[in-house]
Design a protein around this ligand. Sequence first.
Ligand code: FAD
Length: 508
Amino acid sequence: AGDLSKRFASDLRVRDGEKKKVAIVGGGLSGLACAKYLAEAGHEPIVLEARDVLGGKVSAWKDKDGDWIETGLHIFFGAYPNMMNLFAELDIEDRLQWKVHKMIFAMQELPGEFTSFDFIKGIPAPLNFGLAILLNQKMLTLPEKLQTAPPLLPMLIEGQDFIDKQDELSVQQFMRKYGMPERINEEVFISMAKALDFIDPDKLSMTVVLTAMNRFLNETDGLQMAFLDGNQPDRLCAPMVESITKNGGSVMTKQRLKEFVLNEDGSVKHLAMANGDIVEADEYISAMPVDVMKRMMPKKWGEIPHFAQLKELEGIPVINIHLWFDRKLKNVDHLCFSRSPLLSVYADMSTTCKEYYDEEKSMLELVFAPCSPIAGGKTNWIAKSNQEIVDATMLELERLFPLEIGPKSPDGVGARLLKHAVVKTPRSVYAAIPGRNKFRPSQETPIKNFTLAGDYTSQKFLGSMEGAVLAGKLAAEVVASRAKGKATQGLKPVQQSIINAIGPVSEP
Ligand code: FAD
C-alpha cells in the first residue's frame, strides 16, 4: 500500500506537458482517494459529487437537534493497509479509536450476556486467532472446533488460489461439501456473512469469508477494530479534500452527472451535468456505485464486454438505524455481533465514539440485515415504513436485552426510546453472491480516456472502505501511468459467457 502511494510522488509524478485535467464523477471514498493521489502526482483532478454532502456510503448529516445521522455504522480493521496508509498520510491517525482486540457476540441462550474471542497481546498471527477460538468455551465445543479447522487449512497453504476457486460456492455449500458442523453456521457464519455483506450465508460467496479470514490469520492486528472519533464527512472526507485542493485539485458538491457524451470513436467528449453545465477534461473517471454506472452507461458501451459484465453485479439493500434512549444501557465499548435474525452488528455510539459521547443516555447504531429476499431475508424490509422497521428492531432488542428494554425489565417498561432515525440504502455494496468476483471489472477500460473506480471494481478486498480507497488508488495509477506513457496493469480478461451473450462487436 505504501509503495503505491509513494509512486505518485516519484516515478508517476508529472513533468512538463504531462499534466492532465481529470473529471472524477462521485465523491465517495473511492473518488476522493483517486483525486488525492492524482493531485499528488501533479494532475488536476476535479471531483463532481451529486449530493450536497461528500462520502457516499460514509456520508452523514445533522438532524434538527444537531445529532449526526450516518448512512452506515463503519468499522476500520487493522487489516486495511490502504486505509491505514491514508490516515498516516493525512496525519490523522489519532482519529482512529482502537478497541481492545476481540470479537464480541451476544449470547443467544443467555439474553443480556456476551461472549468473545479474545486476541492475546504479544501472540503473533495465526496463533492468536487459533488461541482466541480455542479459549472461547461458550460458542463451540472442542469437537466442533476441531472439525472446523481442516477445511480451512488449504486457505493457509494454497493461499489466494484456493480462496478464488471457492467463489462458485456459497458459505453453506462450502460447509456441506467439506463436512463442517452445521452449528458453526448459526454460531459464527450468520453473523459474519451479515457483517461482511449484509446477506445470509446461504447467499454469500465462500470467497468473501475466506478472504477476510485469510487477512485476519496473516496479520497479528488484522482483526483489531477501530471507530472513527466522529462523523466521517468532517473527520475523514474533509482532510482528503484539504489534501486534494492543496495539491491543485478541486471538489464540488451538487454536481450531478446527467450523461457521458461520446466522440465518434466511443471515447468521452464531455460530461453533461444535470444543471446544464458541460465539463471537459483529458481523462474521465466514474467513481459512482455500480448500479448508477449501469444506468448511466452510454448505449454504445453496453455492447463492449468489459462494460457488459457490470450487469452481473448488483448492490445489496441495507438499513442503518439510530436509537436514542433516555438512559445509559449496559454496554461494551466495542462493536457487538447481535446474532439476531433481523440485526447484524451494532454499537452504543454514546460510548464507542468520542464525538457522540454521552455519559447519561445511550445511542445505539444498528445495521438491519438481511433486509430483502435477495439478501436471504423473508421480508422486504427496505419497502417497509421507518416506524415498522423501528418497531421490529425494538422487539428484537427486548428479546436480546430483556432486563433493560421492554416489559420484562424490572420497572415493567425499561429504557424509553426518545427518538429514532432510519437510513435506507436500497443499493449498497455489490452483492457478493457466488460467482461474482470474476465479473468485477478492472479499473482500466477499453475506452482510451475513461477509467472506473468504486469499491465494486476488481481489487482484493470486497465492497468496503478499504476496497473503495484501493480501487480509487488503482484508477489513479491507470491515469497517471498513461500520462507518462508507462505500461498499465492491463485489462482484466472478460468471461467467455459475457462475450458469447453479446456476439461479435468491434471494440474501440
Ligand atoms: P460510494 O460511497 O457509493 O460513492 C459513490 C458516490 O457517487 C456517492 O457519493 C454518490 O452520491 C455519487 N454519485 C452517484 N451518482 C452520481 C451522479 N450521477 N453524479 C455525481 N455523483 C454521483 N465498509 C467497511 O469497510 N466497514 C464497515 O463497517 C462498513 N459498514 C457499512 C455499513 C453500511 C450500512 C453501508 C451502507 C456500508 C458499509 N461499508 C463498510 C461499505 C463502505 O461504506 C463502502 O464500501 C464504501 O464507502 C464505498 O465507497 P465508494 O466510493 O466506492 O462508493
